[in-house]
Write a protein that binds this ligand. Structure first.
Ligand code: GDP
Ligand code: MG
Length: 381
């Protein structure tokens, strides 16, 4: 073989070797970054590698479940609410459709009103509020006429806002005596979104500057406290939990005691919601609440209701309201429901406001309830 060929082959070999080594180094580095990260990268968090004390030491020893030092900053409440509005408006919701039909009718007769009434009921507004609203609108439209669809919309918007009741106080009560935390008890049927809401709410409270602690009083399944723990780790707050089957009241007690010892502002207590017997539920929740109150006031009992369950949700609400003094409602899964009229029904039923709404499974998918934005979304505006 001529010398020149040997030279070319050697050069080629060196090149291939260089490429192989380069790719391997890149892959190893990438693996290290992924391994070093705590949670799956759901947000573009900066790598935030603390400066190592021994730069030449072991390549990144595993940190034992260290909490996130810098909590992530949640999306602003206003933009979260705007997202709901878009979702409600974008969905093919019954109310928006009914309204469009009403406004496009050549002549509004009894049949047109009946159809409109049906679409209101379909949106889960409930028979009582629907009848009230239709009577009110019929009256107003008879006086002013509906020649101008814009005006008709304005009237409907105003009346819906009145039904939802803008005067209700929807703020969370976090008042607590010196040296004791404000305790929020999360209650509701299984699967409605209690644990998820605890996690999302903890995130909001931490971002507002409160110190928070989680109590995993759903001891029915081990997975339940693990799920809460995962949310806690994600937000950088401690979760107090016990083994599966432990007494829920004792977990709640320990969580609040830890809250006192550590000077925590808010303790969020997640509970189980098995509804096999009402007496069982009553005993368990009643005991959890009584035991907590030996240490600190329960400032909020938030009932989590799944917006997609309609009348079933209302039945659950009634049962829970008999067992504990519900102070606010969290309406979860509004992202999956084009209805939303349930807000009016459940508030009437329990006489307490919807304070928070769940818009999805993500960490920022919880928003304070805003009447105006909600009605705009419901009307497809
Ligand atoms: P729990 O049994 O009451 O504690 O309910 P979980 O918090 O475990 O939630 C049950 C399921 O509902 C989970 O898959 C959650 O991700 C999901 N979920 C909770 N809140 C919402 C929400 O607002 N929207 C949607 N789409 N899913 C939700
Ligand atoms: Mg749960």
């Amino acid at each position: 073989m001529p010398i020149s060929m040997i030279f070319v082959w050697t050069l080629f070999g060196v090149l291939v070797l260089a490429i192989v080594v380069g790719v391997s180094v890149a892959l190893v580095n990438r693996y290290r970054v992924v391994k070093g990260r705590k949670a799956p990268a759901e947000v573009e968090a900066p790598p935030a590698e603390p400066p190592s004390e021994q730069p030449t030491g072991e390549p990144e020893a595993e940190e034992p479940a260290a909490v996130v030092a810098e909590p992530e900053v949640p999306e602003a409440p206003a933009s979260r609410m705007a997202r709901l509005r878009r979702r409600l408006a974008g969905s093919n919701n019954a109310l928006a459709r009914g309204l469009a039909q009403l406004l496009s009718a050549d002549r509004i007769d009894d049949e047109t009103w009946d159809d409109f009434e049906t679409s209101l009921i379909t949106s889960d507004l409930g028979v009582g509020p629907t009848t009230e609203l239709v009577e009110k609108l019929r009256g107003e439209f008879a006086i002013d006429g509906v020649a101008d669809p814009g005006q008709a919309r304005t009237i409907l918007h105003r009346e819906l806002v009145n039904l939802v009741d803008p005067a209700m106080d929807r703020g969370l009560n976090l008042d607590h005596p010196e040296g004791r935390p404000a305790v929020i008890l999360m209650v509701g049927v299984n699967g409605t979104g209690k644990t998820t809401t605890c996690g999302k709410l903890a995130r909001v409270l931490v971002a507002e500057g409160h110190s928070v602690l989680l109590g995993a009083a759903d001891t029915f399944r081990a997975a339940a406290s693990e799920q809460l723990q995962t949310w806690g780790d994600r937000v950088g707050v401690r979760t107090i939990s016990k083994e599966e089957g432990a007494d829920p009241a004792s977990v709640a007690y320990e969580a609040v005691q830890a809250g006192i010892d550590e000077g925590i502002d808010v303790v969020l207590v997640d509970t189980a919601g098995r509804l096999h017997t009402k007496t069982g539920l009553m005993d368990e929740l009643g005991k959890v609440k009584r035991v907590i109150e030996k240490l600190a006031p329960v400032c909020e009992v938030l009932l989590v209701l799944d917006a997609t369950t309609g009348q079933n949700g209302l039945t659950q609400a009634r049962i829970f309201a008999e067992v504990v003094d519900v102070s606010g409602i969290v309406l979860s899964k509004l992202d999956g429901s084009a209805k939303g009229g349930i807000v009016v029904q459940v508030q009437r039923e329990l006489g307490v406001p919807v304070k928070l709404i769940g818009l999805g499974e993500g960490p920022d998918d919880l928003a304070p309830f805003d009447t105006e934005q909600f009605v705009s979304g419901l009307m497809g505006e």
